[in-house]
Design a protein. Structure first.
Length: 116
């Protein structure tokens, strides 16, 4: 099945359960796979027959701006918004990563992956 990928969208946001994370924030990276039927767009070459990548990015950016405790919650909100705004989506796969999480040791990132 074909999909559109948006990879390594980067945001400074304030997600986390620790007070410091909510004050200082962190860098988060979002990867999306948006599964749609592309056959019509392949034929027509018209934007309305596919997904507008800029609109997808803006939606993700808006959801990333809303602080949450859990990456799972943010990911679920993003999936819900995408499916509500783009009914042609058949499936969404998201990877949401927090860089350098405060775990008391060196960890490059933690990530949540949801395939829905």
């Amino acid at each position: 099945m074909e999909y559109i990928a948006l990879k390594n969208m980067t945001f400074h946001a304030f997600h986390g359960v620790m007070e410091q994370e909510r004050k200082v924030g962190n860098i988060f990276r979002v990867d999306l796979r948006l599964y749609i039927d592309m056959h019509k767009a392949i034929q027509t070459d018209k934007l309305e027959d596919t997904l507008n990548y800029a609109c997808v990015f803006d939606l993700v950016k808006a959801e990333m701006a809303i602080p949450s405790n859990l990456l799972e919650h943010v990911s679920g909100r993003i999936i819900s918004k995408l499916k509500n705004n783009f009914p042609q989506l058949k499936r969404v796969k998201i990877r949401l990563a927090k860089t350098h999480p405060p775990l008391g040791g060196e960890v490059e990132e933690v990530a949540v992956i949801i395939d829905n």
